[in-house]
Every structure is written in C-alpha cells, then in structure tokens.
Design a protein around this ligand. Structure first.
Ligand SMILES: [Zn+2]
Length: 218
C-alpha cells in the first residue's frame, strides 16, 4: 500500500521500536500470554501538537481505514487479547502484526500441540471482536501517564537484562572466553543503567510532539 510520505512518517520493521519488539525475548510474555502486539506498519502524523501516541495511526491494509492508535489502548481495554492481530471494525478484517522472534520459535516448536485447533481458536476469537469495539472512547485527553511511565521502565529493564545476557554471558560463551565475576559485577549495573536510559529515551519519544507549521512559541 502507498501512504502519503509528506504527511506521515511510515514505521515498519526497520524502525527501532518495532525492531525492539522483534528481538527482545522478554516481550514473549506480553505477546503470547497477554496478547499485546505491534502492527507491521504504523503511520505517524508529522505535524500537530499532540503527543506521539496520539499522532500514531494504524492503517488497515484490507480496507484502507486509518485507525487511531487509541482504538487499541488500555483505556478501551483493547491493548491486550490481540493474539491474532488488530481487529478492523470497519471491514472486519485482521490487521497484520509484527511477531517477536522468540514467540515465533516457541509457536513453531509447539505447533503440533495447538496447530490442530488453530482454526477453531481463531474463529472463536474473531467472533468476540465486534463486541469489544462497540463503545470506544477515542477522545484525546491526557491518558494513562503513570501507566506509560511504568511500562517504559519495565521494558527498559527487560532490555537491560536481555543485553546483559547477550553481552556478558552468551557472547563470551560463543567466543569461548571465560566469564569472570568482575565481568558480571560490572555488567549488571552497566546494563541496568543502559536499559533504563533506553527506556527513558523511548518514553520521551512516545510523548514527543509533532512539528508545528509555524514556530509560535519560539
Ligand atoms: Zn479494514
């Protein structure tokens, strides 16, 4: 699908936020158990005073409808249980989502267990969707500020732990190097700080306002 590149920034797997969704193994819990997910393509309005999460749109590739990111939010209780993707309440299709790599591996290994039921589970899930999108609250207000902060702290820590495991444990193991206590003692605080810094950057980014047409305040 072609989107207006002057009006929107287009996010796909090459964007750090979506790439992070793919590689961070901690997100497997969010994806497989809670049913949180991230769309394959997102459109970010370039202009506007609204914070980032209110400028993000999720386009439906089937009917072309551009859904407000708020449609799939904690406020509407629709941020979770999206195991098969985001439901499009316009055409009743499913908007494709980006899968986490660890989830894909787990799902492939366990396929013989759930593969038989996939069709019926999916149908049951699909039947429940229209009801969830009946009374949506899409008004733009200051929402879930504390909630977003906590989420980013948590994902920052997950990221730190992931990097610690990769850099301090797995990488030396692959290279056949010895892991010393010193490496671990330095690695833990280093990656906790690194992870939190990353989390904070993401939080700042999520609340970042769009470009204004004219600089009124400067
Ligand atoms: Zn649609």
């Amino acid at each position: 699908m072609n989107y207006d590149k002057d009006k929107y920034k287009i996010w796909d797997w090459k964007n750090p936020a979506i790439l992070h969704w793919i590689i961070n193994p901690g997100l497997v819990i969010n994806e497989l158990i809670l049913g949180q997910t991230i769309p394959k393509v997102m459109l970010i309005e370039r202009e506007g005073k609204k914070p980032f999460y209110q400028r993000s749109l999720i386009p439906c590739p089937h009917c072309g409808e551009q859904h407000s990111g708020l449609k799939y939010s904690a406020r509407n209780k629709t941020a979770t249980k999206n195991w098969f993707g985001f439901y499009c309440d316009n055409c009743k299709g499913i908007i494709p989502v980006q899968r986490n790599i660890t989830s894909i591996i787990i799902l492939s290994i366990t396929f013989p267990v759930w593969g038989w039921f996939k069709k019926s589970i999916k149908q049951k899930w699909l039947d429940k969707q229209p009801e969830r999108y009946k009374n949506l609250d899409l008004d733009i207000i200051e929402i879930e500020k504390n909630n977003t902060t906590r989420n980013w702290l948590k994902s920052g820590l997950y990221f730190g732990v992931f990097m610690f495991l990769c850099m301090v444990i797995i990488y030396p193991l692959i290279r056949g190097k010895e892991i010393t206590l010193e490496d671990i003692m330095i690695g833990i605080p280093l990656w906790i700080i690194g992870g939190l810094a990353w989390g904070l950057t993401m939080k700042w980014w999520m609340n970042k306002k769009g470009k204004e047409k004219k600089a009124l305040n400067s």
